[in-house]
Design a protein around this ligand. Structure first.
Ligand code: NAD
Length: 411
């Protein structure tokens, strides 16, 4: 299944409940603008490499479009389209004044040098600088990109348009970034885990967790969960899974990745398992925090966890989601579960426009308030309308975007 078809299916499930007309569906689903640009660079060895960079600007009814930039070998236009529309529902769901966008380049950051990555990034900005900006579309980090990449984007954008740090978020704190942005998505995931457990009358200490992905989102989620007394029994990254029934030592793992180029490869203080096995472990909570489409109709019936928090974007395909719905597995959907990142990106954008530096405590407090409010609203819609948390989250997001579209006027 293509990511875009999955998004459409989830959208339609909510739209059916909302009695949304076919014309309105078409309007809300069609991207405002899709840009593909050639990125040609000279590699360190003097050879030429050519790739394509995508930016899909899905919807701006509620404000400038906002969304991450992904560097991964499997990036294609269809995936970027799908992720851009998820951003539209996500920003509406947490009620920040943004629309949705997403970008990506089909490149493996592990296979190019830092200087090559910088050249790729700058060339991409050369190709799209006219259609992005603080009031138009504001990129941010996603898989394969980080604060350093955002600093290059800001610097290259400013060569064309002058000083304007609000043109991109997720920047280094030393360079107009905001404290707490890096941890925000993982912190949000942890926060939601606590809320979900409390609603279901479960205790963190009796909750075994399996976490797929140990990058930006996974690392910070792991840290938060272990501090909140959850029992993290398995963690994985691209090198495979690491399992310890009594609980892994998160601080040791974090230390190990810092010393080994942010990889768990070679970590010996846990049993080795595959990434597939990790998804099927006997745990109470499963958190996919890496790639999309890892849980499908093929493996859904073998997933034992009664609770799933989608830290990654689109880790559960709709046919697997049906299996979970029928079985009573509670799935906290991506557009809510990983919304902490874009929320703090919004604070960063505000900070840059106010020219006033926010402190970490304020960021955390406001983040917790926004996420808490969004969680309660989704929970209430789910209970009142007897729909899954995913459909409830889409109903809330689509409703807000639909209303803004109508209020703004279509003609
Ligand atoms: P990242 O690049 O920092 O880390 C990705 C992690 O996934 C790494 O540990 C990597 O080794 C692992 N991984 C890659 N391929 C894998 C595989 N085949 N099996 C298992 N693990 C694999 O990315 P990130 O920023 O942590 O993003 C992870 C997910 O969260 C993505 O789906 C992204 O769209 C989503 N997300 C990220 C943010 C953010 O603020 N960074 C915000 C919202 C959503």
């Amino acid at each position: 299944m293509r990511a875009i078809d999955a998004t459409r299916l989830y959208f339609d499930r909510a739209a059916d409940r909302m009695d949304l007309s076919e014309n309105m569906r078409q309007l809300l689903l069609t991207a405002k603008r899709e840009v593909s640009v050639q990125i040609a660079i000279e590699l360190d060895n003097g050879e030429i490499a050519t790739m394509i960079g995508y930016r899909v600007q899905h919807d701006d009814a509620r404000g400038p479009m906002k969304g991450g930039l992904r560097y991964h070998p499997e990036v294609d236009l269809s995936e970027v389209r799908s992720l851009a529309s998820l951003m539209t529902w996500k920003t509406a769901l947490v009620d920040i004044p943004f629309g949705g966008a997403k970008g990506g380049i089909a490149v493996d950051p592990a296979k190019v040098s830092v200087r090559e990555l910088e050249r790729i990034t700058r060339k991409f900005v050369d190709g799209i600088h006219d259609v992005i900006g603080p009031d138009i579309d504001i990129p941010a980090p996603d898989m394969g990109t980080n604060a350093e990449v955002m600093a290059w984007i800001m610097n290259q954008y400013q060569k064309y348009h002058g000083f304007n740090p609000a043109c991109v978020t997720g920047k280094p704190v030393e360079l107009y970034g905001i404290p707490g942005r890096e941890e925000a998505t993982g912190r949000g995931v942890g926060n939601f885990a606590v809320k979900l457990l409390s609603r279901l009358g479960r205790k963190p200490a009796q909750t075994r967790v399996a976490l797929q992905g140990f990058g930006n989102v996974g690392c910070h989620a792991a840290k938060f969960l272990s501090e909140a007394d959850f029992r993290l029994v398995a963690v994985s990254d691209i090198s495979g899974g690491y399992y310890r029934p009594d609980g892994v030592d998160v601080s040791k793992m974090l230390q190990y990745t810092r010393e080994h180029q942010f990889s768990l490869h070679g970590y010996t203080e846990a049993e080795r398992i595959s990434n597939e096995d990790l998804l099927e472990l006997d745990v109470e909570l499963l958190i996919p925090a890496a790639l999309g489409g890892v849980i499908t109709a093929e493996n859904a019936s073998r997933v034992k966890a009664p609770l799933i928090i989608e830290a990654a974007n689109q880790p559960v395909w709709p046919d697997a989601d049906r299996v979970f719905e029928d079985r009573g597995t509670v799935v906290l959907p991506d557009i809510l579960a990983n919304s902490g990142g874009v929320t703090v990106s919004y604070f960063e954008w505000v900070q840059n426009r106010q020219h006033y530096q926010w402190g970490l405590n304020r960021v955390r407090q406001e983040l917790d308030r926004v996420l808490s409010d969004s969680f309660e609203r989704v929970w209430t819609i789910s209970a009142e309308r007897k729909v899954s948390l995913r459909t409830a989250a889409y109903i809330l997001g689509i409703g807000r975007v639909g209303r803004a579209t109508i209020l703004g006027g279509i003609t």
